[in-house]
Design a protein around this ligand. Structure first.
Ligand code: UD1
Ligand code: UDP
Length: 362
C-alpha cells in the first residue's frame, strides 16, 4: 500500500478559518490533512463558531498563542509551529491569506525546509503600514506554490519576479458563498432577535489596526453615525475595536447613537445573511469587500487603498478613508448599476487548488 501524503494547514484567525473551510472538504482520501490552530483568535465568536458553522473537525493541534505585540505573537507562533512540523514532518504546509498566523506558518515551514503553498497569494495594497501587507509579501517570497485569486494578484507576483509556481485559482469565497446561500434558503429570520427587514439597514464592520489605533478616526466614525440618524446601522463589533473604544472612553458615546445596533461578532452564516439583506456595507475588512461584490451589495471601504482593486474598477466598491462627508454621501446617494464581471473566477477554486496539490505531491 502506498503511503498517504501529509498536508498541514496552519490557521489562527477568522479569515483563515473561512478559507480553510472551502478547501478542507475537497481533500481526497490519499491525503491526510491535519489542522494547526495557532490560537491567534480564541473567543468563541471569533474561532469555534466557524468550526461549528462549517462542520470542520477540531484542530489536531491548538497552540493557544493568544494576543500579544505583533513581534512576540509571531515569534511564539514560529517556535510552536516549528516544533509541530518537526514531529509531524508533512509533505506540504498550507497557509491562507495575510494574518500573523499565515506568516508564522510560512516562516516555520521554511526553517524546517518543508514545501509551502500560499492560498490567496499576490494581493497587494502597496501600503506597508499594514501588517497584512508585510505578511503577504514575506509569505509569497517563501512559497513554492502561489494560488493567486485575481488578475492583479498574478501581475503583482510576476512584477516581483517571484520564484515560486504561480497558479491562477480564482477565489474560494465564490463557492463558499454559493453553498451558504443554499443554506440560507432554509433560514427565515435575518438575525435572531434583531427584527430586521431586508434592505432596511446599513451593515458596518471595522477592525483594521491602522483605523482603530487613533482616537480621531474613531471619533470621525461616531460623528458619521450621529449624522446618519435616518439609517439603521448594524455593527457586529470586533473585540479589538470594542477594547480600543473602551480604552478611549468612546464606547458609551457610541451606544448613545440610537440608530446603531452593536452586536457581538456573528458566525459566517449569520454574517452572510446580514450582508445579503443589507442596503449597503461600510467596512475596512478585506474579505467583506469580496463578499459584497459577489453578493451585489454596494461596498463603502473606509480605507485609502485596497488589495481587491478589481472591485473598485468594476464600480461596486469605493474608497473613502475615514472622511465622514464622503461616507455619508456614498451611503445616501450612490447606486452602482454596472453588471458584475466574474473577477473572482467561476467557483472552481478548490478543484484547481486540489488538483495542483495532488500533482505536486506525486
Ligand atoms: C487579525 C489580522 C487581520 C484580520 C483580522 C480578522 C493580523 C496582523 N491581523 O486582526 O488581518 O483582518 O484578524 O478578524 O494577523 N481579541 C480578542 N479575542 C479574540 C481575538 C482577538 O479579544 O478572539 C483582541 C485581543 O485584545 C487582541 C486584539 O483583539 O489583542 C487584536 O487581535 P489580533 O489577532 O492581534 O488582530 P486582529 O485585529 O484580530
Ligand atoms: N465575518 C463573520 N462575522 C462577523 C464579521 C465577519 O463571519 O461578525 C466573516 C466575513 O464574512 C469574512 C471573514 O469573517 O469572511 C473575515 O473577515 P474579517 O473582516 O475579520 O477579516 P479580513 O478579511 O479583513 O482579514
Amino acid at each position: 500500500m502506498t503511503k498517504k501524503s501529509l498536508v498541514i494547514s496552519i490557521v489562527g484567525a477568522r479569515p483563515n478559518f473561512v478559507k480553510l473551510a472551502s478547501l478542507h472538504k475537497h481533500f481526497p482520501n490519499q491525503i491526510d490533512h491535519r489542522i494547526v490552530h495557532t490560537g491567534q483568535h480564541y473567543d468563541f465568536e471569533m474561532s469555534e463558531i466557524f468550526f461549528n458553522d462549517f462542520m470542520l473537525p477540531k484542530p489536531n493541534f491548538n497552540l493557544e498563542v493568544g494576543p500579544g505585540t505583533r513581534a512576540s505573537q509571531i515569534g511564539i507562533m514560529i517556535q510552536k509551529i516549528e516544533s509541530v512540523l518537526k514531529s509531524e514532518d508533512p509533505d506540504l504546509v498550507l497557509v491562507y491569506g495575510d494574518t500573523n498566523s499565515t506568516f508564522a506558518g510560512a516562516f516555520a515551514a521554511s526553517t524546517c525546509n518543508i514545501k509551502l503553498a500560499h492560498i490567496e497569494s499576490g494581493l497587494r495594497s502597496f501600503d506597508k503600514r499594514m501588517p497584512e501587507e508585510t505578511n503577504r509579501i514575506l509569505t509569497d517570497n517563501l512559497s513554492d506554490l502561489l494560488f493567486a485569486p485575481t488578475k492583479s494578484s498574478i501581475m503583482n507576483l510576476k512584477n516581483e519576479n517571484n520564484l515560486g509556481k504561480i497558479i491562477r485559482s480564482g477565489d474560494l469565497s465564490v463557492e463558499i458563498i454559493n453553498e451558504t446561500l443554499t443554506n440560507l434558503l432554509k433560514k427565515k429570520e435575518i438575525s435572531k432577535g434583531l427584527n430586521l427587514d431586508p434592505k432596511s439597514y446599513v451593515l458596518f464592520t471595522m477592525h483594521r489596526a491602522e483605523n482603530t489605533a487613533h482616537k480621531d478616526n474613531l471619533i470621525s466614525i461616531i460623528r458619521s453615525f450621529e449624522k446618519l440618524r435616518d439609517h439603521e446601522i448594524i455593527f457586529p463589533i470586533h473585540p479589538r475595536t470594542k477594547k480600543v473604544l473602551e480604552s478611549f472612553n468612546l464606547f458609551e458615546r457610541l451606544t448613545r447613537c440610537k440608530n446603531v445596533k452593536i452586536i457581538d461578532p456573528v458566525g459566517y452564516l449569520d454574517f452572510i445573511n446580514l450582508l445579503v439583506n443589507a442596503k449597503k456595507i461600510v467596512t475596512d475588512s478585506g474579505g467583506v469587500q469580496k463578499e459584497a461584490y459577489i453578493l451585489s451589495i454596494p461596498c463603502i471601504t473606509i480605507r485609502e487603498n485596497t488589495e481587491w482593486i478589481e472591485t473598485v474598477v468594476e464600480g461596486w466598491n469605493v474608497l473613502t478613508g475615514l472622511d465622514s462627508d464622503k461616507i455619508i454621501n456614498y451611503i445616501n446617494n450612490w447606486h452602482p448599476l454596472k453588471k458584475q464581471k466574474p473577477i473572482f473566477g467561476d467557483g472552481k477554486a478548490s478543484k484547481i487548488i486540489m488538483d495542483e496539490i495532488q500533482n505536486y505531491l506525486v
